[in-house]
Structures are given as C-alpha cells and as structure tokens.
Design a binder for this molecule. Structure first.
Ligand code: FES
Length: 160
C-alpha cells in the first residue's frame, strides 16, 4: 500500500495537485477510500484526516466502503419511481444477497447504489449496469442480466 501511496504523492507534488486529486487517485487505486490510506497521506502531508473526510463526504464520486466488482446503479428519480424502480431495486437486493442497510454483497461481487435522476427519464425506469445504461427495465430483463453476471458469462471488463 505504501508504495502505491508514495506514487500518488509524487504525482501530487509534480503536478501541483490538490487534495481532491489525491482522493481520486486513492479511490482509483484501491476502489474506495481506505481509512489507513487516508491516515497515511494525512500524516505525510500534515493535513488533518478530517479535511480529507470533509471532501470525501461532500462529493458523491468518493466511497468510504469497499465496492463490489459489479456496480449496479438504480435511478430513483420521480419518473423511474413512477415506473417501478423501487420494485426493481428490492428484487436486485434480494437476488444479489445484499445485507440490509448495505450497498455491497459480502463477497464483494455486487454493489447496488441508488441515485437521483440520471437524465434519461424518457426511458424510465433506468438501471445502469457497470456503466451501461439499460432503459425501460423490467424485472425479467433485470434478472436475466443479473444471472448472466453471476454466472460469469459477462465480466466487468466486457462493459468497459
Ligand atoms: S428519473 Fe430516472 S432517469 Fe430521470
């Protein structure tokens, strides 16, 4: 970990970066903002950890908990809500065995996150699977997609 963080700090110093860029690099390197990484960087730069957490909790792009290999983003905006997004989300959480109150399965295979309107209301309800937008989603289509992911017939890298 320290070697990776040293690299991040070197880039930060060479490019006159800011704390946001450090957090982005940590998130990109580890998949989320590890507490030990924040503490390490905080000590090295003599910047209180609270300053990093203040930024991290302000921007939705940062995550303080590990995320799943597959990220399913469910739109909960008004149009999607009216078209049944809540039912889709409930079935997702059940199918992927996401513990109550959590976003990520214990095996770190799946994260289900809820977001506000993603700007595609005409094709509501919208579910984004590993950055690919699926409009007019139905429970059947969604379960088929999840089955494909679970069986490993489609990998995360197939999406990017
Ligand atoms: S409410 Fe879901 S895309 Fe707008």
């Amino acid at each position: 970990m320290e070697e990776k963080l040293e690299g991040i700090l070197t880039r930060y110093r060479e490019n006159e970066g800011n704390l946001i860029s450090i957090l982005q690099d940590i998130e990109s390197e580890f998949g989320y903002l590890r507490e030990d990484a924040i503490n390490w960087v905080s000590e090295r730069l003599d910047v209180p950890p609270a300053k990093f957490y203040g930024i991290a909790t302000f921007y939705a792009q940062f995550h303080l908990k590990p995320r799943g290999k597959n990220v399913i983003t469910a739109c909960c905006g008004t149009a999607c809500h009216v078209k049944g997004s809540e039912r889709l989300i409930n079935s997702l959480v059940k199918e992927l065995a996401i513990p109550e109150g959590e976003e990520t399965s214990e095996d770190l295979q799946f994260t289900v996150e809820k977001v506000n309107c993603v700007g595609a209301c005409s094709i509501a309800p919208v579910i984004i699977v590993n950055k690919i937008v699926h409009g007019k989603m139905t429970p059947d289509k969604l379960m088929k997609e999840m089955k494909t992911l679970k069986e490993g017939k489609r990998e995360y890298t197939d999406y990017i």
